[in-house]
Ligand binder design. Sequence first.
Ligand SMILES: *[C@@H]1O[C@H](CO)[C@@H](O)[C@H](O)[C@H]1NC(C)=O
Ligand SMILES: *[C@@H]1O[C@H](CO)[C@@H](O)[C@H](O)[C@H]1NC(C)=O
Length: 207
Amino acid sequence: MLCPRLKKLKCALVVSAAFCVLIGPYQWLKGSTIDDRIYYDEPVKLHFGDKKDSTLHLTDPLLNQELQSFKCVRLFQNDSVEMAKAATFLSNLNYSFSRRQDEEFLELASNCDQFKKDWGFFVYPPSQEETSFPIAFSILFHENVEQLTRLLRAIYRPQNQYCIHIDGKAPGSIIEIVTRISSCFPNVFIASKLEIVIYASATRLDG
Ligand SMILES: *[C@@H]1O[C@H](CO)[C@@H](O)[C@H](O)[C@H]1NC(C)=O
Ligand SMILES: *[C@@H]1O[C@H](CO)[C@@H](O)[C@H](O)[C@H]1NC(C)=O
């Protein structure tokens, strides 16, 4: 259960909003005139036939097709029809999606073009204004490579710089996986000195 303490509808709202943050930019761009400038111009290819027998991931094409049928704007407007549809959709999934194992990302990020395409990374700056105003991000990473990938996917723009600090407590295998992901992007780096971060302490700042 994703939100055990929340009532179902509240949970649906929260999760829908999260989906919209993740999926929204894609839908927005699909409908916009700069469609051809991002990596989304190929038809979706289905990998499996019966989703009931498969583990669903947010990036799976079949699930994405379903998600694309949602109108995020209407969800934010609390449109009763769209909200009911979202609540049904989420309850069928028991309000949860499977998480990819960290190790899977070694394989997923071994083909960078495919990785960027599958995960929907922006590959061109979306506007002249943003191009001329690049931003540097510092990401403190501790665990969960899929979460890191989703975060990066949401904030990634080619004109920005991203420095990922991996907690010094993380195992070497995690460093290898995150290094593989960062090698797909010329502007994503791993911090050269990895601190052991203790929450709510000064080491958070060191990181
Ligand atoms: C959304 O609409 C429902 C009824 O359809 C209502 O009960 C609820 O309070 C509304 N929520 C917000 C945040 O407006
Ligand atoms: C959701 O939970 C029910 C009851 O536990 C189960 O039968 C069903 O297969 C689950 N659905 C998914 C998509 O995991």
